[in-house]
Design a protein around this ligand. Structure first.
Ligand SMILES: [Zn+2]
Ligand SMILES: [Zn+2]
Length: 237
């Protein structure tokens, strides 16, 4: 009797992979709708999940906040109103991160190929602003490496001329080839549907770059950048 009761309670407590996947899919959809400025009703998503898997609407809302926590750990924007809830084990975080990657249809890209292309282009940066991609096809969600146009990177680095476009200090060190080390960041992250164009890319020192992903005031800092750098004020047609 006791055992049966415990078993029943456990069954109710554990989330199956199927249920986690459905929750992540719902979150990714809301995240994408929000990034594209489309309206949606969060509660409708929880209700669908509740009807399918038989938990309370509240428990799905809380699960969504765990997913926000994974997004915040990745340095991304989370769905508004779903404040990250940190009360979740690392195993579940790993599972959620994996499901997010799958749900977003991401795949690894040839990092070496990309870096080599940038290196070549930096010797002779494009003289005219490159077009880039308004809708980059695929990307990595974690870290700073995304599929992007090497011409955009080369052009932005040439434009920055060795100074961080945020704090304006000189690059902290030189690369092995003697060029100043700066990182190219997308103001609206590619993972959040940002364009891979010079109108959305800035060259930053590693400190400013990290602050724009993980800082408490990252939204405000991004707004300051937009106000300061005129090419960022050009919006995609
Ligand atoms: Zn800086
Ligand atoms: Zn970045």
């Amino acid at each position: 009797m006791q055992y049966q009761y415990l078993l029943k309670r456990n069954l109710k407590k554990n989330w199956s992979e199927e249920e986690l996947r459905a929750s992540v899919d719902a979150y990714v959809e809301m995240h994408s709708l929000e990034a594209r400025g489309k309206p949606f009703v969060k509660k409708a998503y929880y209700e669908t999940l509740a009807n399918t898997f038989g938990r309370t609407v509240k428990s799905y809302e809380y699960r969504m906040q765990n997913i926000s926590y994974v997004y915040s750990l990745q340095g991304r924007q989370w769905v508004s109103g779903l404040k990250p809830a940190r009360n979740v084990g690392v195993n579940v975080i790993q599972m959620l991160e994996d499901l997010i990657a799958k749900s977003e249809g991401q795949h690894l890209v040839a990092i070496a190929y990309f870096n080599a292309a940038v290196e070549k282009l930096r010797k002779r940066p494009p003289s005219l602003p490159p077009k880039g991609n308004k809708k980059p096809a695929s990307f990595l969600s974690s870290g700073t490496r995304f599929v992007r146009d090497p011409e955009v990177v080369a052009w932005v680095l040439a434009e920055a001329a060795g100074h961080c476009e945020c704090c304006e200090s000189s690059a902290p060190f030189l690369r092995e080839d003697g060029s100043p080390f700066l990182e190219v960041h997308h103001v609206q992250h590619l993972a959040d549907h940002g364009e891979d164009t010079i109108n959305n890319a800035v060259a930053l020192c590693p400190n400013c770059h990290s602050e724009l992903h993980y800082g408490m005031g990252k939204k405000e800092l991004a707004e300051e950048l937009r106000a300061k750098i005129t090419r960022l004020q050009v919006t995609g047609a």
